[in-house]
Design a protein around this ligand. Structure first.
Ligand code: SF4
Ligand code: SF4
Length: 164
């Protein structure tokens, strides 16, 4: 499928895909291990060749990222703010006790879908959607939920499950 077609395909199917995502993840859990992680990394690279995040930005508009103390200090420095001032302005503690950005869409998302702080963005933003760098098996519980937000995860799951 061509680039934007993958995003359109996900938009069309995401509402009804919840149960399907969970079933796929259940099957993939049985294949958990280095081989699955290596394959997931390959599929991740292939899918992201066809999806331009600047055409999507759905993670930045719908999931407030976790911001660590180190993230906050780094970003605050860029804006000449004290970390505490940055925390008061941009962060809150969520119901799980995690410190996250205090608004969705993210306050650092620009209207053209670029990230204002891309080079120094939080670690959680760099790691999302946890399908590359042999991270796939460590985040099994997240993939089904992330597939409802991220077109790339949706297609990565289906390509990994192909043939089942
Ligand atoms: S910091 Fe940047 S990458 Fe992270 S959610 Fe905000 S806009 Fe997106
Ligand atoms: S939701 Fe997925 S495809 Fe969309 S911008 Fe985020 S990482 Fe990229």
């Amino acid at each position: 499928m061509a680039q934007s077609t993958l995003i359109q395909d996900w938009q069309r199917r995401k509402e009804k895909s919840n149960a399907g995502n969970k079933q796929i993840v259940k099957r993939l859990i049985r294949r958990k291990g280095k081989d699955l992680d290596a394959l997931a990394s390959e599929v991740h690279d292939r899918v992201f060749l066809k999806i331009n995040c600047l055409d999507c930005a759905n993670c930045c508009t719908s999931i407030p990222p976790i911001v660590t103390k180190a993230d906050a200090a780094r970003i605050a420095r860029k804006f000449g703010m004290k970390p505490t001032q940055f925390e008061r302005t941009y962060l809150l503690e969520d119901e799980d006790g995690d410190t996250v950005m205090n608004s969705s869409p993210c306050p650092f998302l620009l209207t053209n879908n670029e990230c204002m702080i891309y080079d120094i963005r939080p670690k959680a933003c760099r790691q999302f959607p946890h399908t590359s760098n042999l991270d796939f098996s460590k985040n099994m519980n997240l993939h089904a939920m992330n597939a409802t937000v991220c077109p790339a995860v949706f297609h990565i799951l289906r390509e990994l499950d192909f043939g089942n």
